[in-house]
Design a protein around this ligand. Structure first.
Ligand code: SF4
Ligand code: SF4
Length: 164
């Protein structure tokens, strides 16, 4: 996993134009069974990929935090929401709450999430490759192929299963 993670930014860069063109075609005419195929690709990939061997998303990007996330996590940590915000979060250029620093302060040394049961929705859903109407998040997915080895593999497999 480590050597793949090291190569990933360059691999994703090499595929960027090809993937961008592919997604453009996909968006113009998404297949009717897209959700079904994406769920299959996602499940197949995550039956092979162990996130505990990776944690690259937690190390390099971190999620955005919704108000519901902030309420839930601060309650779990026995902090007031405002205290939690001041201690861990900042507002980014899109006006979203994000982590002040990465790696995420809730990432344990063994790659376990210290707040797993109450983690942000964005963490639960990352890398969003089983999301309904996947063709609507192709820009985000392009970005994620340089961060998440599973997202990279899923897009590579997707081009074979749904040729354009
Ligand atoms: S909250 Fe947990 S799952 Fe989310 S980025 Fe931090 S360590 Fe990873
Ligand atoms: S979701 Fe992707 S980047 Fe995050 S730990 Fe799993 S394989 Fe790694």
């Amino acid at each position: 996993m480590n050597s793949f993670l090291k190569q990933l930014p360059q691999l994703a860069k090499d595929k960027h134009n090809e993937n961008r063109k592919y997604f453009k075609k996909l968006k113009s005419k998404p297949p009717k069974n897209l959700d079904y195929v994406m769920q299959q690709l996602h499940d197949e990939e995550f039956s092979r990929t162990d996130c505990l061997q990776c944690a690259n998303c937690c190390k390099t990007t971190g999620p955005l935090f919704t108000n519901a996330d902030i309420e839930r996590i601060s309650k779990h940590l026995k902090l007031k929401p405002q205290q939690f915000i001041e201690q861990y979060l900042r507002i980014d250029e899109d006006n979203d709450y994000v982590l002040q620093n990465v790696p995420c302060p809730f990432l344990g040394h063994d790659h376990y999430c210290l707040i797993y049961e109450v983690r942000p929705k964005a963490c639960r859903e990352y890398p969003h490759t089983d999301r309904k109407k996947f063709h609507q998040i192709t820009n985000l997915t392009l970005k994620n192929t340089s961060i998440c080895p599973a997202a990279y593999n899923i897009v590579e497999e997707m081009k074979k299963r749904i040729p354009k």
